[in-house]
Design a protein around this ligand. Structure first.
Ligand SMILES: Nc1ncnc2c1ncn2[C@@H]1O[C@H](COP(=O)(O)OP(=O)(O)OP(=O)(O)O)[C@@H](O)[C@H]1O
Ligand SMILES: [Mg+2]
Length: 401
């Protein structure tokens, strides 16, 4: 007799009330401990509700990874649109992730298509698209809030776009202000190469999102556990334990993933609730969400180089490795894949990117008279797990080792 795996699984009582509310992209309607930021944003945009198109706001949100920047701004965008609607105002909100939409063309076409879903995807230059956006906004008489999330990915390549967007109001409209912009970034330093006038426009209103403290992390995770898990599945003590683990990085995403994974592990072991051991096992097994997300959109060349770093750390078994060791393992890898290695300067750029994205740590140490040397290490993810995951991602991109 064949075993009906689905039936078997379905018979098992689930510990989840609603598993999808632990998804990375799920945006809860309530955000504990971001009330202050939401209140401040509302104050800044209030004028647009009472007096449509009277002002244009340009705001920069700065804060570390996984501390609710994106989710807070999304909630705020919806609140703003709703508040305007109630008073017959017309505000539209477009959220663009610049890591996914890496060029000005892609950013602009996304904005245009948010205004007109049927707009063809090809055939226009960025300049055309800018003009089309201005026309559409005028025709529809609306105020457009453009959110440029993960803004640092546009900088250095497309400063012009940011310049043009921040200048649209000045150039194209007489007295009315039809566009507001919120940029989101992890670090102000990565915006350094913006031209000074754009920078000074953006810098006028910076809202810093602070890291959550342990108590706040506990309350956020408790709230997320309440909406996603059945009652009495996890004790406060264990949520505190997760908060403790998460506190180091501050990344709530990691906490949510831990919560999800520990519940899965407890379910698999037919437990009625999560134990400290479920959390320990989950913690060993997780590649942080932020890392997963970055890798999904990374070019094949860069992923190959990242794998070379992992291979090098694996081979020498040290805490860190050097550029020379990494380059050796990279060349071996390229040979086995039959691809042309990238130049040294390109590889150095990759290293800088990885550092910026928190995928590696890189410390420059002085080595007696010989000069300086970079020591490269990875976050606290087991190497075998990291490698396994990288290989999976590479396979999705059509690279087989
Ligand atoms: N105050 C909060 N209450 C409930 N959930 C939260 C809160 N803050 C963050 N989260 C959750 O944590 C996760 C990470 O938040 P978010 O994606 O907004 O981080 P971020 O600051 O944009 O990070 P990154 O810089 O990596 O993009 C999301 O799943 C979000 O729902
Ligand atoms: Mg974000």
């Amino acid at each position: 007799m064949t075993i009906d795996y689905f039936e078997d699984l379905l018979k098992k009582p689930s510990l989840f009330k609603n598993e999808s509310t632990l998804d990375n992209n799920y945006a809860p309607k309530r955000l504990p401990h971001r009330g202050k930021e939401l209140a401040l944003l509302s104050q800044l945009f209030l004028e647009l509700i009472t007096n449509p198109n009277s002002i244009s706001r340009k705001i920069l949100i700065i804060g570390k990874t996984g501390i609710g920047k994106t989710v807070t701004i999304k909630l705020f965008g919806d609140m703003l649109v709703n508040a305007a609607q109630k008073r017959s105002g017309n505000i539209k909100y477009v959220h663009i992730n610049c890591r996914k939409e890496k060029t000005s063309y892609k950013v602009l076409i996304n904005i245009v298509r948010a205004l007109n879903n049927n707009f063809p995807k090809r055939g226009y230059s960025p300049q055309d698209l800018l003009e089309i956006i201005v026309d559409m906004i005028k025709d529809q008489n609306l105020h457009l809030l453009i959110v440029l999330d993960e803004l640092s990915y546009l900088i250095g390549k497309d400063d012009d776009l940011i310049y043009s967007l921040t200048r649209i109001n000045d150039d194209s409209f007489s007295t009315l202000q039809h566009i507001s912009i919120i940029g989101i970034a992890r670090d102000i330093a990565c915006l350094g190469s913006l031209d000074t006038s754009t920078m000074s426009t953006l810098q006028r209103n910076i809202i810093y999102f602070n890291n959550y403290n342990k108590e706040q992390l506990f309350e956020i995770l408790k709230f997320r556990a309440e909406i996603s898990l059945k009652d009495n599945i996890i004790s406060d003590k264990l949520i505190q334990n997760i908060a403790e683990i998460v506190y180091q990085s501050g990344d709530v995403r990691y906490g949510l993933n831990l919560l999800w994974k520990s519940t899965k592990i407890a379910e698999n072991q037919n437990l009625k609730y999560i134990t400290i051991e479920s959390i320990r096992l989950a913690n060993q097994d997780i590649v942080p969400f932020s890392t997963l997300d970055i890798l999904k959109y990374m070019s094949a060349q860069k992923i190959i180089f990242l794998l070379a770093i992992i291979n090098s750390l694996d081979k020498y078994r040290g805490i860190h490795t050097s550029v020379r060791e990494i380059t050796e393992s990279y060349i071996v890898l390229c040979e086995s894949l039959g691809i042309q290695p990238r130049s040294h300067s390109q590889l150095w750029n990759y290293l800088q990117d990885f550092k910026r994205e928190d995928l590696i740590t890189m410390e420059i140490v002085s080595e007696s008279i010989k000069g300086r040397k970079a020591q490269i290490a990875i976050q606290n993810i087991p190497i075998s797990k990291y490698k396994e995951f990288l290989l999976e991602v590479m396979e999705t991109k059509g690279i087989k080792i």
